[in-house]
Design a protein around this ligand. Structure first.
Ligand SMILES: *Cc1c(COP(=O)(O)O)cnc(C)c1O
Length: 464
């Protein structure tokens, strides 16, 4: 399988080439030249596989420059019950006879679905860097979930250092404890005296200094990385197999969305031939994507127009993976994609808009009041405590589900991470998984630094 850019740069690249890269040189995102189609017989065979072996089958359709035995061994080491808590890795829970089920994606080390992809990325980075005899310094900014998932995936890995910027004192105590309690020498927590945007600006400034970037081998692990998306394709298949008895059945997925990374993997699974009825995009008050699917207009918003909500990992106003879907919608016309995404906003023509339904997409929106009411309802009716992001998904699923439709809501985090909203809704603390009981009192390892590019660069050169 070869990869090309959404914006028309047709230089074909292999998986290992794009693994360690961010954007394509023309500013686009990498996509496989085509989506491999999965036959009914193959689907049937995959039904019986363990999660790790299913992951191997799917990955090997997209990765042809890692020897198959190495890839199989690597994947089996990543997706284990020890790391993800259950034999199924992503177990399904049916909510009474509502026709809706929750697929648990957040039983990994940091209790959010980002572990599903990041754990694989850590193993792939270590493998590829080792093979090349290279090292990499990952620089990132986080307001919570991404940073901790990256650190837990990269900790102790050969050839990789992580420098993670977070706004000092602004993460939830649980999230802060998760990140700062890591004692591994290759993990560097930098608590920046500023807000999340300051952290992100510093990362951009450092990455734009091409000489510094090359000299210090600066890389990223953000959600546009194709390997992350590919890892996520697997759990759409795994969810489908658990929800159905035969390949004649269809299911829909409802996905709490921000950067469009999670649901874009669902789009890829559907393009491969997974029997998906609908892909339902759920947003919070930051509803750029819901607006697009309702109107055909894509209007990314400025940071100042982004609401701070109680489902903070979805507080995104410019969906970094969205360009991949638009490239498919526009028939992979690179010039057309480039024109759209170099403008500040765009509106689809009536004809283009008509095609959205061909790809199975629809959407809905949820607010703080909806979130709280849905957490209460899920607890009262089904005895299950869900986190605020999953609640956005369930709210939209309950609203959009057609009679007879099976809808799988992707559970994207555990409630323990977002205690305040659980207290507000249920007047009781969120259940804590075993091993996380006293995490706030563990010793912390972090540096407070000013919001200053030169200081961060000096820290990197001293510790890389
Ligand atoms: C990252 C995240 C999301 C949003 O996922 P995207 O891939 O950005 O659409 C939703 N919920 C939680 C808990 C997350 O951490």
């Amino acid at each position: 399988m070869k990869y090309l850019s959404t914006r028309g740069d047709a230089t074909l690249r292999s998986f290992s080439d794009i693994l360690l890269e961010g954007l394509a040189p023309d500013g686009g995102l990498y996509l496989p030249a085509s989506y491999p189609k999965v036959s009914d017989a193959t689907l049937q065979r995959w039904r019986g596989l363990s999660y790790a072996d299913l992951a191997f089958e799917i990955l090997s359709l997209y990765i042809d420059d890692i020897p198959v035995d190495d890839l199989r061994a690597l994947v089996r080491k990543v997706y284990t019950p020890e790391v993800f808590g259950t034999k199924e890795i992503v177990p399904l829970t049916r909510l009474g006879n509502s026709g809706i089920a929750l697929e648990a994606l957040s039983n990994g080390p940091t209790l959010a679905f980002k572990d599903m992809a990041m754990q694989l990325l850590g193993a792939l980075f270590e493998y590829e860097l080792g093979r090349r005899g290279e090292t990499l310094n990952i620089l990132g900014a986080t307001s919570g979930d991404t940073g901790s998932a990256a650190e837990y995936a990269m900790k102790g890995k050969q050839g990789v250092n992580v420098f993670m910027l977070s706004p000092n004192g602004r993460m939830s105590p649980f999230q802060q404890a998760q990140m700062f309690s890591l004692q591994d020498a290759n993990i560097h927590n930098l608590a920046v005296e500023g807000v999340f945007d300051d952290c992100q600006d510093i990362v951009k400034a450092v990455s734009n200094d091409l000489e510094f970037k090359r000299k210090w081998r600066i890389g990223t692990v953000n959600s546009i990385n194709w390997a992350r998306l590919l890892a996520q394709v697997v759990y759409y298949f795994a969810g489908y197999f658990q929800a159905t008895k035969s390949n004649a059945e269809k299911v829909s997925f409802c996905v709490p969305s921000g950067n469009f990374g999670n649901v874009c993997a669902g789009h890829v699974a559907r393009m491969m031939g997974l029997p998906v009825q609908r892909l339902i995009v759920a947003t919070n008050e930051n509803d750029v994507l819901d607006e697009f699917f309702r109107t055909g207009g894509y209007r990314p918003r400025a940071a100042a127009e982004t609401h701070e909500t109680s489902s903070p990992s979805m507080d995104i106003s410019k969906a970094s993976n969205f360009e991949r879907f638009i490239a498919d919608l526009l028939g992979r016309n690179g010039d057309a994609v480039k024109a759209r995404f170099t403008a500040s906003s765009f509106t689809l023509s009536a004809e283009e808009r008509g095609k959205i339904a061909d790809f199975g997409f629809t959407s809905g929106r949820s607010t703080h009041a909806d979130r709280v009411a849905t957490i209460q309802r899920c607890h009262a009716e089904f005895g299950v405590v869900i986190d605020p992001h999953t609640a956005d998904g369930l709210k939209v699923a309950l609203e959009k589900r057609d009679p007879g439709e099976t809808v799988i809501v992707l559970e994207t985090a555990l409630p323990a991470k977002f205690e305040a909203t659980i207290q507000e809704a249920l007047h009781q603390p969120a259940p804590r998984p075993k091993g996380f009981e006293g995490i706030e009192s563990l010793p912390k390892r972090f540096q407070v630094v000013p919001a200053d590019v030169a200081t961060i660069k000096a820290y990197i050169t001293a510790n890389a």
